[in-house]
Design a protein around this ligand. Sequence first.
Ligand code: SAM
Length: 257
Amino acid sequence: MIYTVLSLFPELIHAFFSLSILGKAVHQGMVGYRSVNIRDFAGDKHKTCDDAPYGGGPGMLMMAEPIGRALASLGICGKRAEPAAEEPQARVIYLSPSGRPLTQELAKELAAEPELILLCGRYEGMDQRIIDRYVDDEISIGDYVLSSGEAAALVLIDATYRLIEAVISPASLEEESFSGGLLEYPQYTRPEIYGNLKVPEVLLSGHHENIRRWRLRKRIEKTLALRPDLILQGEETGLFDRETRTIIAELRKSGGG
Ligand code: SAM
């Protein structure tokens, strides 16, 4: 997977790709990364990339031409242009509060792409013609407005790179929050007693089946308490196995959900 990030502030992105697990994945060649400074494609000596919106209104808008030229430098021709013979197999994403929500499901889908080109907005966003001509998906990281697309791009990168094969062990992803429609179970590490709080006995027992059952029950309890919408969704889509359905019913009966 290659991430290509188009931004007015590419230095915000660099550090992220050099540290921790992502840094290691880049080092080992599992993840590629390049950044493109949109300002390098401005058309005047002042490197202007924004202008006032037609029709008036507050704020400035990112101009179409520098972004279009930056995309052209990557071989991206746009939907209405004749596709170039060597056009890269890349999905062009504009991070935007108007986009479809980023979920774990969408993150999985994106992680399977060969290349993501991420357009980071600033100011009031960008000229609609860039979206119409080049963008395959508008993606939002939540129902709130950030001042920059860079922060949103980092969230999308973080949610997707860890799902790329071999970056993280599949076992670590198996029972994470949202897998199988449930949140993750509570976890503990040393010391065994912290203040007056003790690690649950079952986790010290070494009894694998009891630990598995305890963890499943805790996942369900937690999801019923914190995200009952996920339980309803799992029930509607037939996601849960018999054991999970039985525990949900028991917890509901006992007032635990
Ligand atoms: N005027 C725009 C609106 O009302 O929808 C908001 C523009 S925002 C101040 C500047 C940039 O931040 C956007 O172009 C987008 O790239 C990014 N951004 C803001 N909120 C976002 C969100 N929830 N998800 C993804 N990107 C977001």
